[in-house]
Design a protein around this ligand. Sequence first.
Ligand code: KIV
Length: 272
Amino acid sequence: MQKKHSKYSRITTNTLSEMKKEGEKIAMLTSYDYTLANIVDKAGIDVILVGDSASSVMAGHETTVPITLDQMIYHASSVVRGVERALVVVDLPFGTYQSDSKKALRSSIKIMKESGSHAIKLEGGVEVKNSIERILNAGIPVMGHLGLTPQSIYKFGTYSVRAKKDYEAEKLFDDAKLLEELGCFAIVLEKIPAELAKKISLELKIPVIGIGAGVNVDGQVLVLHDMLGMNTEFSPRFLRRYLDLNHEITKAVGLYTQDVKKSAFPNEKEQY
Ligand code: KIV
C-alpha cells in the first residue's frame, strides 16, 4: 500500500492553486515513458513533466534543441497511458512556438489532441507573450519557465546561475508577473538565486516550482533520471540523488552476463 502524501485524489491546475493557498508543497518530476510514469504516479507525485530534457536523457543529444514535436508527442502519449492521478504537462520543443503565435497554437493543439496530456509548458517571458495569449485563448493551460531556459543555450553559451545581476533579476521578476497576468497557471524557475525565487513566490498567486531555486517556493521539480542516479556525469549543486541506479543496474547486468556465460541461467525451475 502506497503512503498517501496529499488529500487530493486527482491533480488539476485548480488543485495546484489550492495547494499554494493551503501551503501544501507541489512535488513534480519528469517522465518520458509508460513504465516509469506509472511508478512515479502511483508513488504519489503531483505533476509529471514530459520535459524536452528527453532530448538528452532519452536520445543522448547534447542539448534540448534537436527534439521534435512528434517525438515529444510520442513520449507524452506513453506517459499519459501510465498516469491516473498526476497532472501531465508537456514541453513545447524549440522552434514550435517562438516568434509565431499561430504556430504556437497549432503545436499546442497537436500535443493536446494527440497525447491526451493536460497542459503545456514553454520557456520565456515577454518575448513569447503573443504565443502564450493565443494558446490560453484556446483553453489550453500554460506553465511558464524562466531563469535558465535550456532552449536558449546557444544565446547564453553556459548553463550557469541566471539573474545574479540586478537588471537581470528585475527583468525576471517582471516576466514572472507578466506570466501570471497573462493567465499561466504556474511557473518553473530554474537555477536562480534562492532570495529572488522566494520574492517571486511571495509576490505571485500562482504556484512557483523551483529547480535550483531554493526551498522557499511552492514546489520542486527534478529530472527523474538524475534524482534516481542513472546519470553519473551531471552533478549540479541543486541535484539530490535518492538512489544510485547506475550502480545497481551495472551490478545486475554484470551478474546476469556472468550467469549466462557460465550456464547458471536459466535453471530447471526457469524452463518449460
Ligand atoms: O525539460 C525539463 O526536464 C525541464 C525541467 C528541468 C524543469 O524543463
